[in-house]
Ligand binder design. Structure first.
Ligand SMILES: Cc1cc2nc3c(=O)[nH]c(=O)nc-3n(C[C@H](O)[C@H](O)[C@H](O)COP(=O)(O)OP(=O)(O)OC[C@H]3O[C@@H](n4cnc5c(N)ncnc54)[C@H](O)[C@@H]3O)c2cc1C
Length: 645
């Protein structure tokens, strides 16, 4: 079968499984949705305010309607059609008078971005000022949640869930009181997580590594990465005797490779060298062994690769080579963890249930949220306290009078919805979007602040979800996950088996399952921010059919000898493309060593009159708790801007 025929096959299966859904919500009329919130409109916007006109409620046992956002397959994440207006703005479009249609709507707060930070900001604002406050949340995508997106597949009468981006409630540093309290108010108890895990379904299976024939001696998956003795593990790997001995030596090392330095000096030195330099120059690792460390692995976060990851970060993450060294370091905090079958989309959905109860009803908790239906047509309804308006890209925000003389109608917010430029007003605005986009939205920001907001370089990420007919090949190989150091995706896994809220994520090995694959595009040899930039460009230039061809080739190569055949076993594919993925976190190799208050994210997030800045970029940390904490700070600044605290 040629690649084109294969592509058709996935599309056909997806279509077949996604048609014939049972529609379960009452459709709202255009009139119900299109009038202003609280203030009589001077001009009513011509288009309906819910971008999705079909009722989008679903139940786990019925196929979703074709336009139900979580069930859309193909290219998702920052999908074609969602970002072009922003790129036009970046390239000088939308200059001068925008001739925006005045919707006549006025809000206490307009939030730009319906990710965890924007949703949290709306939650905190109402908590501070009361539920009668009117809030509009604008987002350019057809689904809420930002990076915390839900993917659904429907096959043979069953729904299969996966995460499209943000995976788990976890962090290398403790959750703040604010973030912990929010989770508690959403009825999420991280400590209860283990009760949902069904680890026994993976008894006898271990993490594996794929050794590829281009860098090693043959294609082979070896089980037991980090769970067997290194001698046993590498004994099965297709390696020359020299490379095998070299890798065993490093992993079992009790040698101090910087013997002339005390622990504090070691820490300082390791912060200033890459892990690649440490391995080659100090640990004497052979050039032929280095491909084993390419592509990150669990120890490298934020797209820090072999050549851009400070050796100190690698040490803290548990990378090999430091066993004989005493290094001064901050303690490693135990990360609390709660993993939903749809990742942190459940957190976003819980927030929406509190903000717009008509859309996700029943005050769900950490269990009942899993299969709670979401009525997308009810997200943006006239009269509701909070309205979430999707497919709406904000392009300009400006104070209507000098910020210090601002009245209730202080700020103009212009956005493009279905090609029409529209305008609402607000007393406060919170930018819970991306730092890089803010200077284009608020051109009147001081130059120094604009420059600071441009500094960060978002990390490109891809989470590919493949529904396959069974996971017998994983069982035959003895693995639950495969790390492919030099692969198109670097991580391939079956999700942790969970039973929660009436949903089972992994059943018997002969049953269908979602395989999750993670990719961090990068260009070795360049500074990390530049690698991120080129990775983003590469992602934007890569069409779905090319990605599908790569997915098929990689799965056939990794799992083929264990019986996988993508022509037969690949049922549906959703590629979550996040060129603007993780918030950029600083490193000690490429970023200036300056005090925290001089960091670009701190300079960039200063409130500007009635406009405050939230989002994970404002905390320089790619974690849910950072997004929540920044939301809370931005709300405090809004209240201060109006003399309310
Ligand atoms: C692939 C991936 C995996 C992750 N895994 C984890 C994890 O396991 N655990 C964890 O704690 N964190 C994880 N994170 C990080 C965490 O999810 C994020 O820090 C957090 O969700 C960010 O929330 P946010 O609201 O700040 O930004 P976002 O989620 O990016 O939301 C911002 C929203 O604003 C929209 N927007 C931007 N500009 C405009 C505009 N002009 N007009 C309208 N809308 C606009 C964006 O499109 C987006 O929808 C992950 C992130 C990614 C990308």
């Amino acid at each position: 079968m040629n690649p084109n025929e294969k592509e058709r096959k996935v599309a056909d299966i997806s279509r077949r499984d996604f048609v014939g859904g049972v529609l379960m919500a009452a459709t709202l009329s255009t009139a119900e949705r299109s009038v202003s919130a609280g203030v009589a409109p001077s001009v009513v916007a011509p288009a309906a305010h819910s971008p999705i006109d079909a009722p989008n409620v679903r139940a786990a046992t019925s196929a979703p309607p074709a336009d139900y956002p979580p069930a859309r397959s193909g290219l998702r994440g920052q999908y074609p059609g969602s970002f072009e207006v922003a790129h036009e703005l970046r390239d000088g479009g939308f200059a001068g008078d925008l001739h925006a249609v005045d919707t006549g709507e006025h809000y206490d707060l307009v939030v730009v971005g319906a990710g965890i930070s924007g949703l949290s900001a709306a939650y905190f604002y109402r908590k501070a000022l009361g539920d009668e406050r009117k809030i509009l949340i604008l987002d350019n995508h057809d689904d809420f949640g930002g990076h915390a997106k839900r993917n659904e597949f429907f096959h043979n009468g069953r729904t299969y869930l996966s995460f499209g981006g943000s995976m788990s409630i976890e962090t290398p540093f403790p959750y703040s009181f604010t973030a912990k309290s929010l989770l508690a108010e959403l009825a999420v108890q991280p400590a209860s997580y283990k009760r949902y895990e069904r680890a026994r379904r993976f008894t006898g299976l271990q993490p594996g590594v794929f050794f590829d024939r281009e860098h090693f001696q043959a294609d082979k998956v070896v089980a037991g990465w980090g769970s067997r003795s290194w001698r046993e593990f590498f004994a099965e790997a297709p390696l020359s005797d020299e490379v095998r001995a070299d890798l065993v030596r490093l992993h079992e090392s009790a040698t101090d490779y910087l013997p002339h330095l005390d622990p504090a000096e070691k820490a300082r030195a390791l912060k200033k060298m890459s892990y690649a330099q440490f391995l080659s120059t100090h640990a004497g690792v052979l050039a032929e062994s280095l491909p084993f460390f390419q592509g990150g692995g669990w120890q490298f976060r934020n797209n820090m690769q072999l050549d851009t990851c400070p050796a100190y970060v690698a040490w803290r993450g548990g990378a090999p080579g430091f066993g004989g060294m005493t290094i001064a370091g901050e303690p490693k905090y135990a990360a609390s963890e709660f993993h939903f079958p749809d990742g942190n989309a459940s957190v976003a959905r819980l927030l929406v249930s509190r903000l717009v109860p008509a859309a996700i009803a029943g005050d769900p908790d950490q269990e009942s949220i899993i299969l709670s239906p979401a009525a997308y047509a009810r997200l943006d309804v006239v009269g509701a306290g909070v309205r979430i308006r999707l497919q709406s890209m904000v392009i300009r925000i400006e104070h209507m009078v000098a910020p210090d003389r601002a009245t209730e109608r202080a700020v103009n917010v212009c956005y493009v919805e279905h090609g029409v430029t529209k305008r609402v007003t607000a007393a406060n605005v919170i930018l819970a979007c991306f730092n890089n986009v803010i200077p284009f939205l608020v051109p009147t920001l001081p130059a120094e602040q604009r420059e600071a907001l441009h500094y960060a370089s978002k990390v490109p990420m891809q989470i590919t979800n493949a529904l396959v007919s069974n996971w017998l090949p994983f069982q035959r190989l003895g693995v639950t996950s495969i790390h492919a150091p030099n692969g198109y995706h670097q991580e391939i896994q079956i999700d942790t088996p969970l039973e929660i809220g009436g949903y089972e994520s992994v059943r018997a090995a002969a049953q269908p399952v979602v395989i999750q694959m993670v990719r961090n595009p990068h260009v070795p040899g360049l500074p990390r921010r530049e690698q991120n930039r080129l990775g983003r460009a590469d992602m934007l230039a890569t069409p779905f059919d090319k990605i599908e061809t790569e997915v098929r080739a990689q799965l056939d190569r990794l799992l083929g000898l264990a019986g996988f055949d993508s022509d037969r076993d690949l049922l549906a594919l959703t590629v979550n493309r996040w060129p603007h993925g993780y918030a950029y976190a600083y490193d000690t190799l490429g970023d200036p060593d300056v005090p925290e208050h001089e960091r670009p994210h701190v300079l960039g997030r200063r409130a500007f009159g009635r406009i405050a800045i939230a989002n994970a970029d404002a905390g320089a940390g790619a974690f849910v708790n950072v997004a929540i904490d920044q939301a809370e700070r931005a709300v405090q600044e809004c209240l201060a801007s109006r003399g309310l605290i």
